[in-house]
Design a protein around this ligand. Sequence first.
Ligand SMILES: Nc1nc2c(c(=O)[nH]1)N[C@H]1C(S)=C(S)[C@@H](COP(=O)(O)OP(=O)(O)OC[C@H]3O[C@@H](n4cnc5c(=O)[nH]c(N)nc54)[C@H](O)[C@@H]3O)O[C@H]1N2
Ligand SMILES: Nc1nc2c(c(=O)[nH]1)N[C@H]1C(S)=C(S)[C@@H](COP(=O)(O)OP(=O)(O)OC[C@H]3O[C@@H](n4cnc5c(=O)[nH]c(N)nc54)[C@H](O)[C@@H]3O)O[C@H]1N2
Ligand SMILES: [Mo]
Length: 658
Amino acid sequence: MAITVCTLDCPDTCSIDVTVEAGRITKVDAAPGNPMTDGWICAKVKHHAQRVYSPERVLTPLVRVGPKGAGEFVPCSWDEALDRVEAAMRDAIATHGPASIVPYLYNSSGGVLGGPALAERLWRRLGASKVNDTICAATAGQAYTDIYGSMLPADPMDVVHSRFVLVWGANPTVSNVHFAPLVQQAVRDGATLAVVDPRRTAVAARARYHLALRPGTDVALALAMTRHLAVNDLIDRAFLAEHVDGVDAYLANAEHWTLDRAAGVCGVPATMIAEVAEAYVSTKPALLRMGWGLERNRNGGSACRSVLVLPLFCGHFGDVGSGVITSLSKAAPVDASLADPEIDRAMVAAADAARRQVNMNSLGALLCRELDETPVALLFVQGANPAAMNPAQTKVLRGLGRDDLFTVVHEQVLTDTARYADIVLPATTHFEVDDLKKSYGSYVLQRARPVIDRVGESRTNDEVTCALALRFDLPATVFDPDAARQIDAILTDRPLDEPHVLRAPGTTVGFRDTFPSFEDRRARLHHPDSELPLPRYRALESSYPLALLSPATHKTINSMFAEFDAADAVVHIHPDDAALRGIANDQRVRVWNDVASIVLPARLDRDLSAGCCVVPKGLWLRHVEGNLTANALAPDELSDLAGGACFNDARVQIGAIE
Ligand SMILES: Nc1nc2c(c(=O)[nH]1)N[C@H]1C(S)=C(S)[C@@H](COP(=O)(O)OP(=O)(O)OC[C@H]3O[C@@H](n4cnc5c(=O)[nH]c(N)nc54)[C@H](O)[C@@H]3O)O[C@H]1N2
Ligand SMILES: Nc1nc2c(c(=O)[nH]1)N[C@H]1C(S)=C(S)[C@@H](COP(=O)(O)OP(=O)(O)OC[C@H]3O[C@@H](n4cnc5c(=O)[nH]c(N)nc54)[C@H](O)[C@@H]3O)O[C@H]1N2
Ligand SMILES: [Mo]
């Protein structure tokens, strides 16, 4: 029995028990001791061994021999691969300057050490461009921080004590599987469940109220709820006076959001908006679980802000089972930069600010030189699959196909992005390394341990970083990839029982155990000291009638696992929209807009709102005829806060193919 943790980009972060026979993983199952994940794990990770030993696993460094994108490589030694990478880096620096090197590091499916701490030290010292993590959660995270600072979110385990559960833009049955049964338990115990989602997800199907709004209109709905409660004198004025700044300005901004106006914008009946607002305000304790579905559009920042303040207006804090659950990623006081012997945060911030800033969502435009800046001469991708996962996929692929671009991809498997690389470097999986993993869906910190030997010649991100650093004569003391030493430095006086429960259920109650981190411990709706704009709705003008969503599915984590078990590559369409277009179930259809066109079978789906269609997130190029996915139809515009992605602003037309 070997106990470790699943480090994939999922809130659950299960403790896992890995059976190893003759040096190979034969079984992955739940390990005991984790209050959130005890007992069972998801089907994907049960079959994770299939990915570890996949025929598409990268086992040695590879050099490209065919055209970009063709995936034709020959193996080479690590020395040869690194020689070539070093030469290309020196060439880029000499010809175009260091900003022409773009390190695209995401690593959301790795542990703390898998993250960018050591890598950023390298790229910062070289003066390479700085790629900011905006593809996911930046908008929701900034909205939360602007209002609450670093106040800890409610403990998801405490939802069982709630009498009202409001799930907004989240699909926990798929994307946070251990949370869904806790919601069910609350409902069984009499809690009212309300779900805000354009689709009738499994959790929406069980809810008393399903507010099937039009995508991107959350801000109208939330402002109307707040205004309705305010004009009917139902808001908690005493709580607001004691704990919240900017209430008057906020309410003045909401003034024109009458129920009828909001109903017209978001497509939810006015009576239902009023009823849900009244039920929510009058039931205690009430818990809001905000997901990430509502951030992925032009109004994402305003949406998250207007939703996150609802518990403040209702005074829904102070009791176990109250408050708001969003990402807990900042809960663990663990940061790989703590292991940096030369850390000086002010210097680091100044050095980073001096680098060319790149928004992840603009990668395609940057590669295609639409942003008239320093060209990208060298792209270094680690822990990400932008060819499949970024918006504006046609630009990303065109950019990756440039002959004058040198691309390095450090990967576990030969992804769509890796197929465009000049050099592919083999990466370890979390079954092969020492690491720490913070959860963003529970108050648990865990240690990842190697349960098998390295597969092939794979190396960790830190090992690759340090090998490059040494070639650029950077100090070996700073660039030491020894994971155990780093973990000791990070954990110093913090022994780690396993799994380590950072905060016991029932002990993280907002405005009781944890407060907004501003000096006065008050929440901020609007504040003269900050540039906190008030939520605003922007309509999306498009001649394409259908909103294309591309949410998470139970099959994959982003694009991981799709190589052998992809979600069905179909476009879900409401039967009314299908009938209008003469489309039958399973019929091949074209889905298009001005940017791209993809061909897939139609799947008639009553769980969608009319006017919406869905192609799953995480497909690989080869899964769709024409080698493009939903991401080709997604715009690379940015949200109204923190430069977030706008995947769900894709607007399309669908037509039958004869
Ligand atoms: N199985 C599985 N689990 C995952 C992942 C995965 O790929 N697969 N991905 C992980 C990652 S990286 C993340 S970020 C999380 C994401 O987890 P979630 O927060 O659940 O995010 P999504 O699946 O993008 O969207 C959630 C819901 O938002 C709805 N939605 C779309 N647009 C809107 C809108 O404008 N307003 C509202 N109110 N709802 C909208 C969608 O229909 C969807 O049901 O899950 C993580 N967990
Ligand atoms: N259409 C559409 N697209 C979306 C979204 C959407 O809602 N709709 N949502 C987005 C979301 S929520 C997210 S988070 C992003 C995710 O975007 P990405 O992070 O680009 O996508 P992943 O598929 O998670 O790719 C991670 C890759 O890292 C590799 N990897 C894992 N661990 C390691 C490691 O330790 N070292 C190295 N070197 N590699 C490793 C994996 O094999 C995998 O190929 O995609 C976004 N894309
Ligand atoms: Mo994400």
